[in-house]
Ligand binder design. Sequence first.
Ligand SMILES: NC(=O)c1ccc[n+]([C@@H]2O[C@H](COP(=O)([O-])OP(=O)(O)OC[C@H]3O[C@@H](n4cnc5c(N)ncnc54)[C@H](O)[C@@H]3O)[C@@H](O)[C@H]2O)c1
Ligand SMILES: [Zn+2]
Length: 345
Amino acid sequence: MRALIKHHAGTELQYTERPKPVPGPRDVLIRVRKVGICGTDRHIWEWDHWAANRIPVGIITGHEFVGIIEQVGSAVTRYKPGLRVSAEGHISPGVGYNARTGNGHIAKDMVILGVDRDGCFADYVCVPEENVWPVHPSIPDKVAAVLDPIGNAVHTVMTAGVSAKTVLITGVGIIGLMAVTVARAAGASRIFVTDVDPRRLALAKKLGAVAAYHAVNDKGWIKDVKEATRGDGPDVLLEMSGSPSGIKDGFTALRFGGTAAMLGTPAKPLESFDFASHVIFKGATVHGINGRRMFETWYQMEDLLLSGRLELDDIITHELAFEDFRKGFEAMIRGDGIKVVLNLG
Ligand SMILES: NC(=O)c1ccc[n+]([C@@H]2O[C@H](COP(=O)([O-])OP(=O)(O)OC[C@H]3O[C@@H](n4cnc5c(N)ncnc54)[C@H](O)[C@@H]3O)[C@@H](O)[C@H]2O)c1
Ligand SMILES: [Zn+2]
């Protein structure tokens, strides 16, 4: 089968041939139709510090996909060949405290598809039966291919709780833009956003943000957001930049007693963070967001998609043939590509 692998401890991925995987007794073998390129895959492509320390050389990359079940293992009871599915890419060990108490998304010894074991940038992928998500017939393939990051946005928005609240999203990249449309659908009263890329700011406004600020060039934007929110600041912060200044600005703007949901992941430990004023004296509630709740987030996401209220078309900027993966990564690195989907046919 065709596969995109991390062929060496350096940049890029290699297009190659690999044997078709054989499903274990409790695995499902899926013929992949479409995949999404994630920011994580870009880190693996660029071979940054995180990737160099985490990714085993030789692995098939990718974790966002939709496909058709081709074959099921001997012990699989729930699914049959022919079903259109996606899958949760975080594979919980099923044992240990969090896995057994409804918090599988933060289970110890989690294994991630396309990060710790062979992923979906290939004609076939194997996943455990527990991770399979049958896709509702009304959800098109191109959306089903990117349920993973939509799920990140849904998990963040639903954890913070945005109904009838003012929301600030710092960083409207792939997931931040998805969070704009999710927060709107979930009843946010007004959404303010920041980024450092004017194209993303413009798209966030199109998706329903009432104001979009350049985090660096629009001096005084925090004052403007506070003035627009009775002088208090927004009720909710969704931090989606992972940038130290995005995090600091977000907490500076957040109102006293507000709630912050933190998804953006700093590349290294923050050098400084004013915990006393940003969290303690502010009386802020801070949630760390990891992945998607299994599978509460997936049900919420399906219902939000079926409501027809999510606008995702403009966020999926590129649909390319699998062979043109290089163009996809280059578009993301240049910034004109937001969510890139590859078709395997
Ligand atoms: N916690 C999780 O489970 C999880 C899952 C996926 C991604 N992530 C992290 O979430 C973040 C967002 O992911 P993504 O795929 O949308 O990445 P992305 O690169 O598409 O988005 C990040 C955005 O932040 C913007 N930005 C940079 N500096 C900024 C600043 N100072 N102020 C405001 N915006 C700024 C960038 O221009 C970009 O548009 C990343 O840090 C990623 O590593 C976390
Ligand atoms: Zn992803």
